[in-house]
Ligand binder design. Structure first.
Ligand SMILES: NC(=O)c1ccc[n+]([C@@H]2O[C@H](COP(=O)([O-])OP(=O)(O)OC[C@H]3O[C@@H](n4cnc5c(N)ncnc54)[C@H](O)[C@@H]3O)[C@@H](O)[C@H]2O)c1
Length: 449
């Protein structure tokens, strides 16, 4: 998030100094390479470094000497209870505060990381004032949550739909307006806790839309119909809107699960309820089980069968596997006795690392395949988890390499126009029957479209 937003400021003409605690990240950035696979990030990085607008520095003191507005973009992970873990943020604030000591020229520190409402007021500002020994005359503290989405980070950061400021003084607002000059986005100025609440409310609402569509997918599978037809008609109501009403294997990524759990935890601390967020989380967890039920109902007994899972990132366009649905799906398939092969054009290494962290020696990993044909060779079932364009442009030869040409399409990317000879069963497209005799025996069966 920090790289994409920093580059967006540079693109709009600000001079940006960037610091990351990890020296490898700094070296990678300095070499004009992006540490993450994200559409358009590397070309923008090259342009801004070449133009001298994006400069990577090696220590925090240099950063606070050079920059007047300092954005905190450090991770705010969830702890086991769901409570937001502020240790990285506290550490960064203390370190940054210490570098601001003994100087009098005004600085504005802006909290961009996602934090539970009240964090700027009760944690960041007191810590910063203590560490820097500065009062409000020489140090402003503001909130400016970030709404970009992975896979389209660059586009979102360059042209945000709206910018939210959380401020408690005019000077901080004025400085922030200068930073965002030329972005062309509507600016909404709120208090700091309000701005923090906007971020969690937005994520809870978006997650709720996804979960709503996922629940709907079970209806269309049971009753017969296509979840997209129903969701499109529902979303055509301008009071509802079509975006995020898209059924799939459930939401993943670094934000929704973590933010909704933190939101629910914070609600408990305040004696409030976050039932909508909790419902979105519960439906999301059920959807992982539902996907495995769908695979089982379609493919029959999984024990001894070979299943290829295509797409390991939590969605196409990124190599981020945090909270990817590929983990519960592959885990369930392995535990059901299937031999599992996996492929992803960019996220395979991250998936393997995260698998080792999650399961250690307790569950051997699936076989990683370097190509789609290698994953599909003699497979009984393929599962489309992330609809990368190369999978959607299905190659007819791939069908012939499978022992049984059956695809469980969790994104309905190939459901409407199934490639010849391939049986495609789309999540949310019903009625779903248990494995057809033809599918079980490996004969080419009627394709669903
Ligand atoms: N990823 C997203 O799409 C997204 C969108 C909106 C908001 N956010 C929020 O942005 C924040 C960061 O998320 P992310 O996905 O970019 O995390 P990330 O883990 O991908 O990156 C965080 C970076 O911060 C660095 N870092 C950690 N401690 C530091 C310190 N003390 N000083 C300097 N650098 C430090 C790490 O080395 C790492 O490179 C989180 O609060 C997240 O919720 C993320």
């Amino acid at each position: 998030m920090g790289i994409a937003t920093g580059l967006a400021f540079a693109h709009h003409g600000r001079k940006v100094f960037a610091y990351d605690v990890n020296p490898q990240v700094r070296a990678t950035l300095r070499a004009s390479r992006s540490p993450y696979r994200e559409l358009g990030l590397e070309p923008l990085l090259r342009t801004e470094i070449r133009a001298g607008r994006f400069v990577v520095v090696d220590d925090l003191a240099e950063l606070s000497r050079e920059a007047q507005v300092l954005f905190l973009c450090v991770p705010t992970p969830a702890s086991a209870s769901g409570r937001i873990n502020l240790a990285p943020l506290r550490g960064a604030v203390k370190e940054l505060g210490a570098t601001l000591r003994g100087r009098r020229d005004f600085r504005l520190v802006v909290l961009k990381s996602t934090v539970v409402p009240g964090t700027a007021d009760s944690v960041v500002e007191p810590l910063l004032r203590q560490a820097s020994a500065r009062g409000p005359d020489s140090l402003g503290v503001a909130s400016n949550p970030e709404f970009l989405a992975e896979g389209r980070m660059v586009a979102d950061a360059l042209a945000p739909a709206r910018v939210v400021f959380g401020v408690c003084d005019r000077r901080s607002e004025r400085w922030l307006r200068q930073v965002y000059a030329g972005f062309g986005a509507p600016i909404l100025t709120l208090s700091r806790p309000e701005a923090e609440l906007v971020k969690y409310s937005s994520n809870a609402f978006l997650a709720l839309k996804v979960s709503f569509a996922n629940e709907l997918s079970r209806w269309t599978e049971r009753l017969g119909g296509n979840v997209d037809a129903v969701a499109t008609a529902v979303g055509a109501d301008p009071r509802i809107g079509p975006s995020f009403l898209r059924a799939g294997p459930g939401f993943g990524g670094s934000c929704f699960e973590k933010d909704l759990r933190a939101f629910a935890h914070r609600a408990g601390e305040l004696g409030l309820a976050a039932r909508a967020a909790e419902a979105a989380l519960a439906i999301n967890r059920e959807q992982a089980d539902h996907v495995v039920d769908l695979i089982r109902a379609t493919a029959g007994d999984l024990a001894g069968s070979t299943v290829a899972v295509l797409g390991l990132a939590f969605k196409p366009g990124t190599d981020d596997v945090r909270e990817s649905r590929a983990f519960p799906i592959v885990e369930s398939l392995l535990r059901a006795g299937a031999s599992v092969r996996v492929h992803d054009p960019v996220a395979q290494g991250n998936f393997e690392r995260e698998w080792r962290q999650r399961f250690g020696e307790s569950l051997p990993p699936p076989s990683s395949c370097s190509s789609v044909p290698a994953a599909l060779r003699a497979a009984d079932t393929a599962v489309l988890q992330a609809d990368w364009p190369e999978y959607v442009r299905w190659n007819a030869r791939w069908t012939r390499t499978m022992r049984r040409p059956l695809l469980v399409d969790l994104r309905r990317a190939l459901t409407a126009a199934a490639p010849a000879g391939l049986t495609v069963v789309g999540l949310g497209v019903g009625p779903v029957a248990s494995a057809t005799p033809a599918a079980r025996s490996g004969k080419r069966s009627r394709r669903r479209s």
